[in-house]
Design a protein around this ligand. Structure first.
Ligand SMILES: *[C@@H]1O[C@H](CO)[C@@H](O)[C@H](O)[C@H]1NC(C)=O
Ligand SMILES: *[C@@H]1O[C@H](CO)[C@@H](O)[C@H](O)[C@H]1NC(C)=O
Length: 498
């Protein structure tokens, strides 16, 4: 039941809306454009002319940064393009020189290019029409991580730092580590609008954390993927010194006795020195780096040796009391000698037994072979003489060549093959015979011998060890060839039999 609306008012507001829409749409721009420092950016701007009545006389780009307006680029058809803000830099240019397309290209970009850009068309009769583009500049940060050298201690301190410099927007830094620590992060905004983010990894610096690797993860909009920077921690600690090699068996006129000074630390101790409890070293002692060598043990080394190790963090010593005996300490040596002697005896005994077994087996095998030969009588399946076998193997064709190369043994004269196959080989085959795939089928094979094995099998049993030996060092390909050779040998034996 509202008041009846005047159709005229309705019409006017509709017209207003339409008009506004048309006006707003005539200049086409992108409202937000993002560019990257060092790269190029395009600010599109087009004038969509809706009527022949509207004439464009000039296009202008105006930049506004913190309230200050500057003319960036002007195009007039008679006077050409002009770039008042940066004359001759070449960083700013019209994409096309046209009264319809005022698209602007800026690059390489600087942080200072950020701002609001207005694209203006001077028209008649409507006056100036414009579109506004906000240009945001992003900057890729430079990331760097390093260990902070600290002395081992009980208080939580920074042990690593990670910095993401001059990025926009600010980078996010996190740490990945198996150590029990946490981190603090701070940001500084630079005058050009970029941000430098610094993060410190904090922990109680234990000796065990030295040389451990942790990772600084940097995430930022301009990075295609988070950057992961490894840091190897460096926790400084004084040398840990110990003297090794004293066997409690230094006796007068012993030939050589050696002590070694083991010193670990961060940084590694570079300077290791030896002294005795009385001060100077005996004359019979020679120092070779971390080793103290006594050529001939005498009463002068009946003392306490001290090893000193120094690094940046501290100087640490370790002592070893030496007791020089009149006679060797037989107890310790005796047991040690006994154990070693026993071990050697056991090894020798094992070797003897193994050799014996091997010899026995070989003899047994030889005997069995001889008996078999006697039993079967002629025609015996003799493997070809070793010389022939070796020659065969050398001449064995690769599987690809196998079909085309005739075999070379006398058993494979075409006539012999004909006989063997009862003359049923077609003439075409006869020419390139023999072929490997013309092996006899199962039915054609020899009857099973009295041993329960086919004659072929027993033959192969004899041949196989040779091929095994041959293929032992062979590649797979050679092994395949060796298998072919076995087939060939098998055919040979059959031919011989016939
Ligand atoms: C982490 O930092 C806070 C203070 O910044 C500290 O109180 C805390 O003990 C630290 N360590 C761990 C493991 O949270
Ligand atoms: C070494 O010194 C000990 C006492 O410190 C002594 O009992 C021992 O006889 C000495 N050995 C020699 C060979 O002088």
């Amino acid at each position: 039941m509202g008041a009846p609306r005047s159709p005229c008012a309705l019409g006017t507001s509709l017209l207003c809306c339409l008009l506004a829409a048309v006006l707003a749409q005539r200049v086409k721009v992108q409202h937000e454009v993002t560019g990257y420092v060092g790269q190029e950016v395009t600010l599109p701007c087009n004038f969509i002319n809706t009527s022949r009545e509207i004439k464009v006389s000039q296009v202008t780009w105006v930049k506004e940064t913190s309230g200050r307006k500057q003319n960036v680029a002007v195009y007039h058809p008679d006077h050409g393009p002009s770039y008042p803000m940066e004359k001759g830099s070449g960083r700013i240019r019209f994409w096309a020189q046209s009264l319809q397309d005022a698209t602007l290209v800026i690059g390489p970009l600087r942080m200072s290019d950020e701002g609001t850009y207005t694209c203006e068309f001077a028209t008649y009769p409507l006056g100036n029409e414009d579109g506004i583009t906000r240009l945001t500049i992003l900057a890729k940060p430079t990331n760097f991580a390093e260990a902070v050298e600290v002395k081992a201690g009980n208080a939580e301190v920074p042990v690593a730092s990670c910095t993401s410099s001059n990025g926009k927007p600010a980078a996010q830094i996190t740490w990945q580590s198996g150590l029990n620590g946490n981190f603090t992060t701070s940001e500084v905004t630079n005058t050009n609008g970029t941000v430098t983010v610094t993060s410190h990894y904090m922990m109680v610096p234990t000796k065990a954390a030295n040389d451990q690797r942790i990772f600084c993860h940097v995430e930022q909009k301009t990075l295609a993927q988070p950057e992961s920077l490894p840091v190897t921690l460096s926790i400084l600690y004084p040398p840990e010194v110990s003297i090794l090699g004293y066997d409690d068996n230094w006796y007068l006129s012993r030939e050589e006795a050696v002590l070694t000074c083991s010193a670990m630390g961060n940084p590694p101790p570079t300077n290791i020195t030896w002294t005795t409890s009385s001060g100077s070293l005996p004359k019979t002692v020679a120092i070779k780096g971390d080793r103290l060598v006594v050529r001939n043990v005498d009463a002068s080394v009946n003392t306490t040796f001290i090893c000193h190790a120094i690094n940046r963090v501290g100087r640490v010593s370790s002592e070893q009391n030496i007791f020089v005996r009149e006679k060797p300490n037989m107890e310790g040596a005796g047991t040690t000698g006994g154990i070693i002697g026993g071990l050697i005896a056991a090894i020798v005994a094992l070797a003897v037994v193994a050799t014996g077994i091997l010899i026995c087996r070989q003899q047994q095998r030889n005997r069995m072979e001889r008996e078999e030969d006697d039993l079967e009588g002629p025609p015996a399946y003799k493997p070809p003489p070793p010389g022939l076998m070796a020659e065969e193997r050398e001449q064995v064709p690769t599987p690809a060549e196998a079909d085309s190369i005739p075999l070379k043994t006398p058993y494979f004269e075409p006539s012999a093959t004909d006989d063997f196959f009862g003359g049923v080989i077609p003439p075409s085959r006869r020419e390139d015979a023999p072929q490997y795939h013309e092996l006899p089928t199962m039915e054609e094979r020899e009857p099973v011998s009295h041993t329960g094995q086919s004659l072929e099998d027993s033959y192969l049993d004899q041949v196989n060890p040779i091929y095994d030996a041959l293929s032992f060092a062979a590649t797979e390909e050679e092994a395949a060839v060796a298998a072919l050779a076995t087939d060939k040998a098998f055919i040979m034996s059959r031919a011989m039999y016939v």
